[in-house]
Design a protein around this ligand. Structure first.
Ligand code: IMP
Length: 195
């Protein structure tokens, strides 16, 4: 089985991607690979940050790896928080980030937003990228306790529940990460077929 390092310290992301990949590929988390670093995200775009993460791990290990960077893009806020989603109000404090988002949207009718994921794959030293988008709306108050990040205030188009009110299987029917992962898996599967 093809094994590949996932350059993230976010356990939720590892679980979500494993639930999509099932047994087709063996995903090795940074922890399992014995790598304990905080990978920098210094750039202004998801694409550059995703590349930075996979390049960093490739330079360290010389092994095939991938990373992903995700942002919540809110139309009425000029696509903010976007690349700064994790540190919008406070570094990785989901409650504070949600509070700031709802405050900034207070009184604004246009609640349209999208999650956008970019996966960067480093395979035999060459980089490939895959994008996944999930459109939806931001609620006026949080609901649900599953998931992470902005899940409690995001309702994907085609549902009346927030991501945080869904099981992982339900979230995967809509999710940005699932869409990007599906493209990435298809690419690896096609490649394996050619071996
Ligand atoms: P990063 O890709 O780790 O930089 O993630 C950016 C931030 O976006 C995370 O800290 C979360 O706040 C948010 N985020 C990423 N993916 C999701 C998701 O699937 N649901 C809700 N929030 C997410």
């Amino acid at each position: 089985m093809h094994s590949i390092i996932f350059a993230t310290n976010n356990k939720n992301k590892v679980d979500e991607i494993r639930s999509v990949l099932k047994n087709s590929f063996q995903i090795i988390s940074l922890k399992e690979a014995g790598i304990d670093i905080d990978i920098p995200e210094p750039y202004e775009t998801l694409e550059e940050n995703a590349r930075e993460k996979s390049n960093t791990i490739y330079a360290l290990t010389g092994k095939d790896c991938f990373s992903e960077d995700t942002g919540l893009e809110v139309i009425a806020l000029n696509n903010e928080p976007g690349v700064r989603s994790a540190r919008y109000a406070s570094d990785h404090d989901f409650n504070k980030n949600i509070e700031k988002l709802l405050l900034n949207l207070n009184g604004i009718d246009n609640r349209e937003a999208q999650f956008r994921t970019v996966i960067s794959l480093m395979l035999h030293g060459k980089e490939y990228q895959f994008e996944g988008i999930c459109k939806g709306i931001i609620t006026s108050a949080g609901a649900g306790s599953n998931g992470f990040g902005y899940d409690a205030v995001f309702i994907p188009r085609g549902s009346n529940k927030t991501f945080a009110e869904m099981t992982m299987e339900e979230k995967n029917k809509f999710s940005h990460r699932k869409k990007a992962t599906t493209k990435f898996v298809q690419f690896l599967t096609d490649l394996n077929g050619k071996d």
